[in-house]
Write a protein that binds this ligand. Structure first.
Ligand code: NAD
Length: 252
C-alpha cells in the first residue's frame, strides 16, 4: 500500500543528491511533491523525473533560498496557492559546505554555512509549522538533515559540524513545542553518502572512509531517502525528537 497517498511533501535541496532521492521516494509512496531548490534547472529536472511515476500526483518546482526569510515566506504562499494546502511533510535537505581548517577558516565561510544550514533549517521549520498550525491540521512530519559530523566533528568542517549540531538541537526543541499540534520533528544524520557534495572530497579520503564503515561501502542517496519516507509516514507515528544515524555503522 502507498503510505503517503495524496499527502503534500515539500523537499528543499530537491534538485540534487539526497533531496532528489527523497523526492523520488516520497512520490513513489503517493505524495505530491513541492521540489524546492536554489538551482532552478536542477529543481525542474527532479520534477521531470517524478512526472514519470504512476501515482498521478501533481509535482511542482519552486526556486527559493532557504536562508532568506523573504524567500521562504514567498515560497510558502506559492505552495499554498498551487496546492491549496500547506505541506504536511517537509524534508529539509538543502545544505552546503565551505571546508577549511580552523586555523585558516574565514569569518565569511563560517557565517555562510551557518546561514544556510542552521538559519535556513530554522526558517523552513518555522514556516511549515506556522502554516500547519494555522490550517488546523492535526498531523505533520518535519524531517531535517543533520549529519554524523555534528556529533563527532570532522577535520576541516568546523563551520559545517557546528551547523549540523545546531540542526539536531533545533529539531529536538521543535519536537517538544509542536507535539501538541500533532507535528513530529526528527533529524536524519547521514554518514558519507555518494552525492555531488561528497564528490568534492578526494578519492583517497573516500576510500579510507569506506574502509572504516562496518557495512563496507559509502551510502547511496536512496539509503537516506528510505529513512525519510519512514519518518514521513504513519509507520513512525510514535517517533518525535529522534536523530536517526544513517552511516553504515560508522563511528559506533
Ligand atoms: P547536494 O549538494 O547534492 O544537494 C544540495 C542541494 O541543496 C543542491 O541542489 C543545492 O542547490 C541546494 N541548496 C544549497 N543551498 C541552498 C539554499 N540556500 N536554498 C535552497 N537550496 C539550496 O548535497 P547532498 O549531499 O544531497 O546533501 C543534502 C543534505 O544532507 C545536506 O543538508 C547535507 O549537509 C546533508 N548531508 C549530506 C551528507 C553526504 O555525505 N552527502 C552527509 C551528511 C549530511
Amino acid at each position: 500500500p502507498l503510505r503517503l497517498m495524496r499527502r503534500l511533501a515539500m523537499v528543499t535541496g530537491g534538485g540534487s543528491g539526497i533531496g532528489q532521492a527523497v523526492a523520488q521516494r516520497l512520490a513513489k509512496e503517493g505524495a505530491a511533491i513541492a521540489v524546492v531548490d536554489l538551482n532552478e534547472s536542477a529543481a525542474n529536472e527532479t520534477v521531470q523525473m517524478l512526472s514519470c511515476d504512476q501515482s498521478g500526483q501533481k509535482h511542482m518546482a519552486f526556486v527559493a533560498d532557504i536562508s532568506s526569510s523573504e524567500n521562504v515566506e514567498k515560497l510558502m504562499s506559492q505552495i499554498q496557492s498551487c496546492f491549496s494546502r500547506p505541506p504536511c511533510i517537509s524534508v529539509n535537505s538543502a545544505g552546503i559546505t565551505r571546508d577549511e581548517f580552523l586555523l585558516r577558516l574565514t569569518e565569511e565561510a563560517f557565517d555562510t554555512v551557518l546561514k544556510v544550514n542552521l538559519k535556513g533549517t530554522f526558517l523552513i521549520t518555522q514556516a511549515v509549522a506556522r502554516a500547519l498550525v494555522a490550517s488546523g491540521t492535526s498531523q505533520g512530519s518535519i524531517i531535517n538533515l543533520g549529519s554524523i559530523v555534528g556529533k563527532v566533528g570532522n577535520l576541516g568542517q568546523i563551520n559545517y559540524a557546528a551547523s549540523k549540531a545546531g540542526v539536531e538541537a533545533l529539531t529536538k526543541t521543535a519536537a517538544k513545542e509542536l507535539a501538541r499540534y500533532g507535528i513530529r520533528c526528527n533529524s536524519v544524520l547521514p554518514g558519507f553518502i555518494n552525492t555531488p557534495m561528497t564528490q568534492k572530497v578526494p578519492q583517497k579520503v573516500l576510500d579510507k572512509v569506506a574502509g572504516m564503515i562496518p557495512l563496507g561501502r559509502l551510502g547511496d542517496p536512496s539509503d537516506v531517502a528510505d529513512v525519510c519516507a519512514f519518518l514521513a509516514s504513519d509507520d513512525s507515528s510514535y517517533i518525535t525528537g529522534a536523530s536517526i544515524e544513517v552511516t553504515g555503522g560508522l563511528y559506533l
